[in-house]
Design a protein around this ligand. Structure first.
Ligand code: 15L
Length: 265
């Protein structure tokens, strides 16, 4: 497949792009910053929130699918979060409709349901329950994907990613870790599974301590192979661990992240 990867210079993009190439896909990068050293593929220096610039990329490239990773990966004001996550997603979806690109795989986040208290099993049918304005942006981006799947018959897979890191670093990560290799597996499955329509999955590895349902992902062909447990001996307990364990979103669901929605002069 010929895949446009937005946020290709970011932490996930730098791992995913070569991973997709290794699996036989052709990657076209898009980011607000230049291509990382060693990336010789096609590259567009574009802000994904600019609909004209995004449309120009689609007019220039023949694409089979889009993997949308661009977006600030932490908390911000509500307007900034909406621009970063919702406007970018909408700009891509409009261009996809215009140019008949039928599949979007989106780096959504566990923070879309981050304020959900810990239960036995977190399913993908739980109600949207963001823990931050970042999470609000992810919920709204998923809603725009769902709208475009219903209106135009697009396939749009929202990967609610846990903690994408080389290795788990905290007790929470022993449940929420997504390994680099599993991330590539997850995105490839989301790109190639037949006719998912709108679908959501939890993007974590097969962690022994995981409590987010992996069945929705397995139904889409995502078969995680790694387990954070192999790192458990190296993780030191911290005072914050108990508060982080109370909700899906961990630290994002604690008071430390409370802020007003709007920045004032
Ligand atoms: C995310 O979605 C964030 O981008 C990242 O900063 C972490 O907070 C991660 O989730 C997580 O929940 O560990």
């Amino acid at each position: 497949m010929r895949v446009l990867v937005t946020g290709a210079a970011g932490s996930i993009g730098r791992v995913l792009s070569p991973g997709l190439v290794d699996r036989g896909h052709e990657v076209v990068g898009l980011d607000r910053v230049p291509a990382p050293d060693g990336n010789d593929g096609r590259w567009h220096l574009v802000d994904a929130a600019d609909p004209d610039a995004v449309a120009a990329v689609f007019a220039e490239e023949r694409l089979d699918a889009v993997v949308h990773l661009a977006g600030y990966p932490g908390e911000g004001s509500l307007p900034d979060s909406l621009t970063s996550h919702v406007v970018t997603t909408a700009a891509l979806l409009d261009a996809m409709v215009e140019h008949d690109v039928r599949r979007l795989v989106y780096a959504s986040s566990n923070h879309a349901v981050g304020r959900t208290p810990r239960t036995d099993l977190l399913t993908t049918t739980t109600r949207p329950r963001p823990d931050t304005f970042y999470g609000v942006g992810k919920v709204a981006a998923e809603a725009v994907m769902s709208l475009y799947a219903d209106r135009y018959g697009l396939d749009a897979v929202a990967c609610r990613i846990g903690s994408f890191l080389p290795e788990p670093e905290t007790v929470r990560h022993l449940s929420t870790w997504l390994s680099h290799d599993d991330c590539v597996r997850m995105v490839e499955a989301s790109l190639t599974t037949p006719a998912p329509g709108f679908a959501a999955l939890y993007g974590i590895s097969a962690n022994t301590r995981g409590w987010w349902d992996l069945e929705a992902g397995r139904a889409l062909g995502y078969d995680p192979q790694d387990d954070a447990e192999e790192f458990a001996d190296r993780i030191a307990r911290r005072d914050a661990d108990d508060a982080e364990a109370a909700h899906v979103g961990g630290p994002f669901a604690t008071e430390e992240f409370y802020r007003s929605a709007l920045d004032r002069a």
